[in-house]
Design a protein around this ligand. Structure first.
Ligand code: CP
Ligand code: NVA
Length: 310
């Protein structure tokens, strides 16, 4: 049974039902097939998505812009630096104004609350394109990628090695919703947010998933179907770069770590990668890596989200 998601905000996977996540994945599958067949599909003709960026982006910007175009709509790039936001206009007033022109907003910013406020004060769907806390579109695309590669999500063990950051948080929410076994392996002092641990465990109790947090990479990857990593220094934390480089040395995804995992383990990374830091060239370019299929799927999954909520 289809779930009606028109008008829905996509801010956190924790706020979506399991059926909604499944619907996004199923729709992405259909849209990917249409795309490969060269079929024209324009459900968003005459619709405009505003894309506010307060941080850099390659994949998110291009995949949303191309996705909107492929669906027959228009995407408007809005650099936060050039908006009145930068000169003190409130998020609430920005939301009220943009709701008069646009049919949806995608925003990438620092403070997660800004996205929540944009959704509260606006009257059009708001899609979170990454905050310091979460990156739901990336993880919805990751869930689609895992289901394509492994044929299922339930029971899959995913070991995330690295910073307990926005990626770790969304993987916890996504895995918990879909019955996966997620292990977050971070050095002391860089663990995920306790509230995200608590909420994801509530979801896990309903789905049969498990969420574990520990600090030993060799232990974490034992029996893992997926090893996932991300940069040690996220956008906005550049000042901590040197200190983080030292703290994360033991947390590199390299050939030696892969040998401790299942023979058919797949390696994922949301990208951009800092090659030689969190992941080595031989691993990211090796046979177990699916990072570019994963990146491609941002397009198909975000088209699904756009077609469902706008
Ligand atoms: N993974 C991801 O969101 O990439 P960008 O920062 O390039 O958008
Ligand atoms: N954790 C990274 C993800 C980039 C897509 C960051 O926030 O910079």
């Amino acid at each position: 049974m289809a779930v009606d998601m028109k008008g829905k905000d996509v801010i956190s996977i924790h706020d979506l039902s399991r059926e909604e996540v499944e619907q996004v994945i199923d729709t992405a599958h259909i849209l990917k097939m249409k795309n490969k067949l060269g079929e024209i599909y324009h459900p968003l003709q005459g619709k405009t998505l505003g894309m506010i960026f307060q941080k850099s982006s390659t994949r998110t910007r291009v995949s949303f812009e191309v996705g909107m175009w492929q669906l027959g709509g228009y995407a408007l790039f809005l650099s936060a630096n050039d908006m009145q936001l930068k000169r003190g206009e409130t998020i609430a007033d920005t939301a009220r104004n943009l709701s008069r022109y646009l049919d949806g907003i995608m925003i990438r910013t620092f403070d997660h609350q800004d996205v929540v406020d944009l959704a509260q004060y606006g009257s059009i769907p708001v899609i979170n394109g990454l905050t310091d806390l979460l990156h739901p579109c990336q993880v919805l695309a990751d869930l689609f990628t895992i289901s394509e590669k492994k044929g299922r999500l339930e029971g899959i063990k995913l070991a995330y090695i690295g910073d307990g950051n926005n990626m770790a948080h969304s993987l916890m929410f996504g895995g918990a919703k879909m019955g996966m076994h997620v292990v977050i392996c971070s050095p002391s002092g860089f663990e995920p947010d306790p509230e995200v641990i608590r909420l994801s465990r509530l979801d896990a109790a309903k789905s049969g998933a498990s969420i574990n947090v520990q600090d030993d990479p060799a232990e974490a990857v034992k029996g893992a179907d997926i090893i996932y990593t991300d940069v040690w220094t996220s956008m906005g934390m550049e000042k901590e770069y040197e200190e983080r480089l030292k703290s994360f040395q033991r947390y590199q995804v390299n050939g030696a770590l892969l040998e401790k995992a299942r023979e058919d383990v797949l390696v994922m990374h949301c990208l951009p990668a800092h090659r030689g830091e969190e992941i080595t060239d031989d691993v990211i370019d090796g046979t177990r890596s699916i990072v570019f299929d994963q990146a491609e799927n941002r397009l198909h999954v975000q088209k699904a989200i756009l077609a469902l909520v706008i």
